[in-house]
Design a protein around this ligand. Sequence first.
Ligand SMILES: C[S@@+](CC[C@H](N)C(=O)[O-])C[C@H]1O[C@@H](n2cnc3c(N)ncnc32)[C@H](O)[C@@H]1O
Length: 247
Amino acid sequence: MTYRMAAKFYDLFGSKNDLGFYKELAVRSRGKALELGVGTARVAIPLARAGVTVVGLDNSVHMLREAREKLAKESEDVRRRVIFRKGDMKDFELKQLFPFIYVPSSTFDHNITVKDQKRTLQCVYRHLEKAGVFAFDLEQVSPSKPEASWWIDRKETVGGKTVVRSIFTRRDRTKNKCSLNLFFEVYKNGKLLERYHEFGDVAIITKDEIVKMLEETGFKVISIYSSFDKSRYRKTSSKIVLVTERE
Ligand SMILES: C[S@@+](CC[C@H](N)C(=O)[O-])C[C@H]1O[C@@H](n2cnc3c(N)ncnc32)[C@H](O)[C@@H]1O
């Protein structure tokens, strides 16, 4: 998924409850962090406002453009603390180590194949200080969930437009992936102005699979939660939230 169309609507639909969780870990890790799949800097900018220096890597020029426009509106102090890099999370070299690396919003699921998931973990490992912390979250698909689903939501923009987003998902159990189709329709005074379609696949990864991959790469799993309020992991929760440490 390139986020070519979704980038400009990402923040409009992007409110999440993960900020406090990632901020606490980043501040505790002596204030320097690397975010993989930084997107519009939804998390990176609040972390920088809290005093953390963040390097944000992303492979979408569209998302990075949104992020740069947002950062330009911040104070000089905050602007100095955020550095964007275009790159692929499964193949990058930043020539520096971090005490904290994080991957929010199920972005790790963009690694569709096990090979890509392992390559990303190896890149994280190479960029993490010894005893450094790596935290991320994945979607958890409960077997009782229907194979296909769809939902629609709408938001008003500051310019008085209405954006309607429709999401269609279909799971492919045999390939451990889920296909996503997103449609955005922009209305003003009831008249359709624009319509965009964005699509892509995300991986379905189980808790046992990710734990095995992490341990094989050299990470120690410290905590597994079912949500950002740190509630105990449950097989039925919609999220897997992991905190790990480089051994
Ligand atoms: C769901 S968004 C999350 C954005 C941001 N981290 C947040 O939490 O709001 C996923 C982001 O990951 C980026 N991405 C997907 N695959 C990537 C890859 N292989 N390497 C780097 N970035 C990637 C996308 O371009 C997008 O900006």
